[in-house]
Design a protein around this ligand. Structure first.
Ligand code: PA5
Length: 446
């Protein structure tokens, strides 16, 4: 078992009748997805990635990653949203949130171009000083401002340091196969390029070159990751939600939403899973938050956040439910020491494995939150590894598609993301008639 949905903490909130009532909608969503008859059906390429991925492209990714590992100390992955969250989540999930600080034979990996903070970029340039650098700029559209700005800065740095031809050996581009400014630039300068398939949206793209190149640079087995996704695809093929945990997760979310639970908190008890929660937030937030509908996805890392958000979860507005990613086995064993004086009164824990204590904290918390009126969906994850990450990705993507169709939205578009961009371009003085018109409109409101 890689992943199992445990509904132990849902019994007070969801009845057999609730499941029976939602089952037809889940079956309809299943048909919509498998028959490719719903909104956004042009973007279902992620369903065939686990077993239908481009073998040649993945082999080329593995070769490029080897070259990168041999030629640099710092690897900078430049991208935003779906063009960075999956890779970062995977690296922290499979390795550590402290990947850069721990001893390793692979380069330090930094993610840039995911904000417009001057300090963030300046600090990263400082960290890169005197080090050999390779970069991977990742943008499906090739026009997104945040990564485009960071790329311009790093391209200049690399060209000054290595010359134009030397820089070209160290710049890797992941973008559309033929369209966009980034593709043009890559072709002009002879950068090695990887393709984001047309039919895979950003937040569903971690198992394409978007995620796989940075993941491979970290020394993670990308084939094991794809195998994990393929295994999940086989496991979750039945449309009966009582036999299909991905569908059951989608069903539970929609049942709880109909009962007024409009915020889902993704909880983990491991800092290495915090970025997986960030990836999950984008997946569900962008897929479902539209047409004035959706569940607001939030996240916490426990037990840390029990000392910040714990109070609200226990006793605040009763609009919440939690989805806990419960890691059954830790890769590390750490025994709590015995102390003769027992001055801290902790000898009752001596000899116990810290992971056991962490999991007991989870049980205690789940019981308390359920008593406080917060349903808990528990996803038991066997362990952390490349296979498991790939498995989890497919589980959540599939559940997201089914959940979105059950909710009655197109889970594969993100029209709302454009609103801030239009205002920003207008305010920044981007040329063009439409920008000028908007600038005049905004000026009246400021
Ligand atoms: O999920 C999405 O589509 C978005 O989050 C995009 O990934 C993000 O906006 C970045 O877009 P692009 O890869 O075109 O730069």
């Amino acid at each position: 078992m890689t992943l199992r949905l445990n509904d132990r903490y849902l019994k007070d909130f969801i009845s057999d009748e609730d499941y029976a009532q939602i089952a037809p909608a889940i079956e309809r969503a299943h048909r919509t997805l498998t028959e490719k008859s719903g909104a956004g059906s042009d973007f279902l390429g992620w369903t065939s990635l686990p077993d239908g991925y481009d073998r040649e492209e993945v082999a080329r990714i593995v070769r490029a990653a080897e070259k990168i590992r041999e030629s640099c100390e710092v690897f900078v992955a430049i991208g935003i949203g779906g063009s960075y969250l999956g890779a970062r989540a995977a690296i922290e999930f499979c390795k550590s949130a402290r990947y850069n600080s721990l001893p390793k034979k692979t380069p330090d990996i930094y993610f840039s171009g995911n904000d417009l903070s001057a300090s963030n970029l300046a600090e990263l340039l400082e960290l890169c000083r005197g080090k050999d650098i390779c970069i991977n700029v990742i943008s499906k559209s090739g026009t997104t401002t945040e990564p485009a700005v960071a790329f311009r800065v790093f391209r200049e740095l690399l060209e000054k340091k290595y010359g134009k031809a030397g820089a070209a050996e160290r710049i890797f581009v992941t973008t559309d196969k033929s369209r966009g400014k980034l593709k043009e630039l890559a072709d002009q300068n002879g950068y090695e390029t990887f393709v984001v398939p047309d039919d895979v949206g950003g937040r569903f793209s971690v198992l394409t070159p978007v995620g796989l190149l940075p993941i491979a640079v970290a020394g993670i087995d990308v084939y094991a990751m794809l195998d994990g996704a393929s295994s999940a695809k086989k496991t979750y093929s039945d449309c009966d939600l009582q036999k299909n945990d991905a569908y059951k997760y989608a069903a539970i979310r929609n049942i709880l939403l109909r009962k007024g639970k409009s915020v889902e908190i993704f909880a983990t008890y491991e800092s290495s899973l915090a970025m997986t929660a960030e990836w999950w937030k984008q997946l569900y937030g962008e897929s479902e938050g539209k047409d004035k509908k959706g569940i607001l996805p939030a996240s916490v890392t426990f037990t840390t956040d029990l000392h910040s958000l714990g109070q609200f979860i226990q006793e605040g507005s009763r609009i919440l439910f939690e989805t806990v990613l419960d890691l059954l086995n830790s890769s590390d064993r750490l025994e709590i020491p015995f102390d003769e004086t027992d001055s801290d009164g902790l000898n009752f824990l001596s000899g116990k494995d810290l992971h056991y204590v962490n999991r007991t904290a989870f049980t205690a918390t789940a019981m308390a939150h359920v008593d406080g009126g917060v349903p808990n969906i528990v996803l038991e994850l066997e362990k952390r590894g490349a296979f498991e990450f790939g498995y989890l990705v497919y589980f959540f993507e599939l559940a997201c598609a089914i959940s979105g169709y059950t909710l009655g939205v197109n889970p594969f578009d993100q029209p709302g993301v454009e609103a801030y961009k239009k205002n920003m371009f207008a305010l920044l003085g981007k040329p063009g008639e439409e920008n000028e018109r908007r600038r005049a409109e905004l000026a009246k409101k400021i």
